[in-house]
Design a protein around this ligand. Structure first.
Ligand SMILES: NC(=O)c1ccc[n+]([C@@H]2O[C@H](COP(=O)([O-])OP(=O)(O)OC[C@H]3O[C@@H](n4cnc5c(N)ncnc54)[C@H](OP(=O)(O)O)[C@@H]3O)[C@@H](O)[C@H]2O)c1
Length: 250
């Protein structure tokens, strides 16, 4: 049975990815920061069946590296898919009020961790030589910047996803970015707040896992209609055509 490594597994989006993996008859290797976070995931998903938990510090550059070393040593199950969605503060602070410490902490949690996740797992997926996927979740906040702090962590993730899409365009790894432009929360909280549930949103990742034609793409999720009917576009642009497009607008 295939395994999905989920990094950021205990959050709103991670819970959704775990649900998608289990619904698609795969098992999950969930990276959690501690037992309490693991218990939160089990409560929100509704089961621990099919989930192997591993504790690691995802913000450190050695956290996921250690997980992959344990997989290589046969101490943890092999994985064929990675989903990453570590996030930080979702709060409205004006640009001028963001402290240097707040900026560093949020970039470390919401960007560095997702970069380390990619850096430490991609070679492993490539080495397998078999069909594999890597999926990252970003958000429209990066373009809207209504909350500047979480917005600024998204910009570098977009660029990272473009680079990964380009670098894996012809490898065994289907890299994709989910660009989410609506609010998703774990089921209980979503129902309370009238937003989309993690269980509903799980259909997006199920779709990506099951459709080999979706690769090196951004999957845009703007409303509930986009959850079942996936809208995607390539992230690998031809540089010359891109520059001609810009020049023709000027
Ligand atoms: N939810 C949405 O509607 C939405 C929309 C658009 C984009 N996104 C993007 O999706 C990503 C995840 O969002 P989310 O709503 O799932 O966030 P979330 O519920 O806050 O979850 C964040 C995840 O990161 C982990 N994490 C954060 N800081 C950590 C630390 N210092 N050490 C270890 N783990 C840490 C959390 O672990 P713990 O559970 O242990 O705290 C949790 O697993 C973000 O990049 C966000 O911008 C989300």
């Amino acid at each position: 049975m295939e395994n999905v490594l989920v990094i950021g597994a205990t959050g709103n989006i991670g819970t959704s990815a775990v649900t998608a993996a289990l619904r698609s008859k795969r098992q999950v290797l969930a990276v959690v920061r501690n037992q309490k976070s693991g218990e939160k995931l089990v409560k929100n998903v509704g089961t621990s069946e099919g989930i192997t938990f591993v504790e690691a510090d995802v913000v450190s550059d050695t956290g996921i590296k250690g997980v992959v070393e344990q997989v290589r040593a046969g101490k943890l199950p092999a994985f064929q898919h990675v989903f990453t969605c570590v996030g930080a503060d979702y709060i409205p602070v004006a640009l001028k009020d963001i402290t240097p410490a707040q900026l560093r902490d949020n970039m470390a949690r919401a960007f560095d961790s997702n970069f380390y996740a990619y850096r430490e797992t991609i070679s492993y997926l490539l080495e397998q030589g078999k069909p594999a996927t890597y999926t990252i979740c970003t958000g429209a906040m990066g373009d809207l910047a209504i909350f500047p702090l979480p917005a600024m962590t998204q910009g570098p993730l977009y660029s990272m996803a473009t680079a990964a899409s380009r670098e894996n365009a012809e490898t065994n790894v289907r890299f994709n970015e989910i660009y989410l432009a609506m609010r998703v929360e774990v089921d209980e909280e979503a129902k309370e707040h009238g937003v989309t549930t993690a269980s509903e949103f799980a259909a997006v990742y199920e779709g990506i896992l099951s459709r080999p034609e979706i690769r090196s793409s951004r999957v845009n999720v703007v409303d509930n209609g986009d959850i079942k009917d996936l809208k995607y576009e390539t992230k690998v642009l031809d540089p010359q055509a891109f520059l001609r497009g810009i020049n023709s607008q000027n």
